[in-house]
Write a protein that binds this ligand. Structure first.
Ligand SMILES: C[S@@+](CC[C@H](N)C(=O)[O-])C[C@H]1O[C@@H](n2cnc3c(N)ncnc32)[C@H](O)[C@@H]1O
Length: 255
């Protein structure tokens, strides 16, 4: 999928709040072997690495566009490579993933698979958006099913992703069934005050809309964006606007 790191980084400051919460869940030990799944530009992987003394941290990502930005964050004990979280090797003391696992379905199977890559005493720490019922997501879905339906197939439709993230309690149950200890699982609303609803479009262009754009012919992309902007302005008028963004965070230790 063609990610655009510059577009993604437009809301860098807003996107750092859940990372702070995620990092605070980590039980810091020295000398850990760590993997960051879907590391993106690597900025948050660097923050993770800087938190963990004498540890070996690797960030993997399937996007060459995002990985191209990681060079600036490399240092001894921190490296990045092309890879997918469906298919990586070895055992880790910490599996970390921020805002990435939602791009993959079947979490009932994915979480147990990731768990197999955890060493005994190791920790998994994950954050994912759970904002699919917000107008920002709902309206994109509606357009893809109405005015622009001809471009969106029934199968492999980007809106399928809206159902991939499970209810928060389900992650806690899965972690418990795997023998997880010290389970933490919560949903948090991150409050963002943006100039207007057009700013929400700038936000979603960096993430949610990436696969939508992939389905549209080049000349239809600005048409879709303009329609999306218009319906969003009607539903979320005024300035400033409140963009309440729900996210799921969970963590557990392997016994
Ligand atoms: C929203 S970005 C988050 C990046 C980073 N974790 C952060 O905190 O800024 C999601 C990242 O997940 C990556 N990604 C999506 N599916 C993936 C997969 N199956 N395997 C590895 N990376 C994947 C994307 O390429 C993208 O860089």
């Amino acid at each position: 999928m063609p990610w655009n790191p510059e577009q993604y980084d437009k809301f860098k400051q807003e996107r750092s709040a859940p990372v702070n919460d995620l990092l605070s869940l980590i039980k810091v030990r020295s000398g850990m072997k760590v993997i960051d799944l879907g590391c993106g530009t690597g900025e948050h992987t660097r923050r993770l690495a800087d938190l963990l003394p004498k540890s070996a941290v690797i960030g993997i990502d399937s996007s060459t566009e995002m990985l191209a930005k990681t060079k600036q964050f490399e240092r001894d004990g921190l490296s990045f490579s092309l890879g997918s979280f469906e298919d990586f090797e070895d055992e880790y003391d910490l599996i970390f993933s921020n805002a990435a696992l939602q791009w993959r379905g079947n979490h009932e199977q994915l979480i147990p698979t990731l768990w197999k890559h955890l060493s005994v005493g190791g920790q998994i720490v994950v954050q994912m958006p759970k904002n699919q019922d917000h107008p920002s997501h709902r309206l994109a879905r509606q357009l893809s099913q109405s005015d622009f339906a001809e471009y969106f197939p029934i199968q492999n439709n980007p809106t399928e992703r809206f159902d991939w993230v499970l209810p928060i309690e389900r992650y806690a149950e899965i972690l418990f069934s795997l023998g997880g200890m010290d389970i933490v699982a919560f949903l948090k609303v991150y409050p963002h005050i943006l100039e207007n609803s057009d700013a929400i479009v700038e936000w979603t262009k960096g993430t949610l809309l990436v696969p939508f754009m992939e389905h549209l012919p080049t000349e239809q992309q600005p048409v879709f964006l303009e329609r999306y902007r218009t319906v969003l302005r009607t539903e979320i008028p005024g300035s400033p606007v409140f963009y309440g963004f729900k996210r799921i965070l969970f963590s557990a230790i392997k016994s």
